[in-house]
Design a protein around this ligand. Structure first.
Ligand SMILES: C=CC1=C(C)c2cc3[nH]c(cc4nc(cc5[nH]c(cc1n2)c(C)c5CCC(=O)O)C(CCC(=O)O)=C4C)c(C)c3C=C
Ligand SMILES: [Fe+2]
Length: 402
């Protein structure tokens, strides 16, 4: 192996960014040969990484989440471009069930490029979705898209700065938690010296679906969640409410704005609440998920039949002049809080074409009146511009940074 390669392999940042950048350029000078994929890649288990939109937004929702928000440790655009190139190369491989760079068992005298815990696991429908927070643009002196603004304060918010914000984010979703965690861990490793994790969240039990024919999942309050979500196949509604169009900068077209909220549930109080009150809070029945006035889950919603301060009535597009978002949240439990209460809730993820016409008006209405507020509290928050899809040979954010 030439000296240069060895030296790069032996320095963390050199290994990380060098390996990915080489792979993007097709040069591969860090490793001697591109290894054959060694992990099983069963049919249907991998979601294409390249395309007009980033996977992980409208694609079917997987069972598990590992979400990470990062802070840049540099204001050098060059360093960030090198990291994004390396991230993209690694993401394209991991989503295809391939090991990162030279693999988990490459050169004997250097730390392996891949950490190895996903060896032998299928792709598990892994998707990796990247977004840029408002501070990313400020730090790198790049023009911020008009629609990317810090979220306003909402009544009742108790946001922890240590679980909020971030210059970049990565949403990793997979059907196997080990695959999602492996993906984020390897991106963190590659980004060493350029970006570091500010906060992260593991999630299980998706609380929304983009596949209406499948059984609707339930949240930790026991209610079906995602019934009225936008279907991933509904191109018209996605174009109208989720994908950025001509109004956005070119690099955002086909992309979307992500709002992430860590919402704690006061589970113990909820569990002492009567079924009637629980159902009144949502305006839907618990077992079937039927809207008040109907008998089946997908019966039409008649707002007048629901309590005026019920969650679904307040959040419904007909109450808000048509406002619609794509929900993609997950349940979380992070142990207990020292007072014996479960630190559990909903990690709410919503994609939209414009937060001012999506999350913000809905949350204003909910924060003002929702009877659910007695049982929940928003404790973490982030907003990110997720660029359009990546084309083969390109990298995340290329249109913005090049
Ligand atoms: C600002 C947006 C929303 C937040 C925050 C939010 C929190 C939240 N939601 C549930 C449980 C349910 N939500 C349901 C429907 C629903 N929720 C929102 C928006 C937010 N929810 C919308 C836009 C809708 C759809 C309204 C409609 O068009 O009918 C439901 C009902 C089933 C469904 O359609 O998904 C449940 C249940 C919790 C527990 C929660 C915070 C912890
Ligand atoms: Fe909701």
């Amino acid at each position: 192996m030439p000296d240069l390669s060895r030296r790069r392999l032996l320095t963390g940042a050199g290994l990380a960014v060098g390996a990915g950048a080489a792979a993007v350029a097709g040069a591969g000078f860090v490793r001697q040969a591109q290894p054959e994929p060694v992990r099983a890649d069963s049919p249907g288990a991998s979601i294409p990484f390249h395309g007009p939109h980033q996977a992980g937004i409208a694609t079917p929702v997987q069972d598990r989440l590992h979400f990470a928000a990062f802070d840049l440790s540099t204001d050098s655009r060059e360093a960030v471009v090198a990291m994004l190139k390396a991230w993209t190369a690694a993401a394209a491989r991991m989503t295809a069930a391939q090991e990162v760079g030279g693999g988990a068992t490459g050169a004997e005298l250097a730390p392996p490029d891949d950490t190895g815990e996903a060896i032998g696991l299928p792709a598990s429908r892994l998707t990796l979705t990247v977004g840029f927070g408002p501070t990313f643009f400020d730090k790198l002196k790049l023009p911020r898209p008009d629609r990317l603004k810090e979220l306003p304060h909402f009544p009742g918010d108790k946001l922890d700065p240590a679980r909020s914000g971030g210059d970049l984010c990565v949403q990793a979703c997979a059907d196997d938690p080990q695959v999602a965690v492996h993906a984020v861990r390897n991106l963190v490793r590659i980004g060493f010296g350029t970006a570091s994790v500010r906060w992260s969240q593991l999630g299980f039990g998706k609380t929304s679906s983009t596949t209406p024919d499948a059984q609707t999942p339930r949240n930790l309050m026991g209610f079906k969640d995602g019934t009225a979500n936008i279907a991933g196949t509904d191109g018209k509604r996605l174009d109208e409410h989720v994908w950025v169009g001509e109004e956005g900068p070119e690099w955002m077209r086909g992309g979307s704005y992500l709002v992430a909220r860590r919402i704690r549930m006061h589970i113990e109080t909820w569990d002492r609440t009567s079924l009637k009150e629980q159902e009144d809070i949502f305006g839907r029945t618990k077992r079937e998920g039927a809207p008040y006035g109907g008998t089946r889950e997908h019966d039409p919603v008649v707002l007048a039949k629901m309590p005026v301060d019920s969650h679904v009535r307040l959040a419904h597009p007909d109450s808000l002049g048509g406002v619609t978002i794509l929900r993609r949240g997950y349940s979380f439990t992070d142990g207990s809080d020292g007072l014996g209460r479960l630190d559990a809730g909903l990690f709410f993820l919503a994609y939209q074409r414009d937060p001012e016409k999506g999350f913000i008006p809905i949350q204003r209405a909910l924060a003002a009146k929702d009877t659910l507020n007695e049982y929940i509290q928003h404790v973490g928050s982030g907003v990110f511009a997720c660029p359009g899809g990546v084309q083969p040979g390109s990298y995340w954010g290329a249109g913005l940074l090049t």
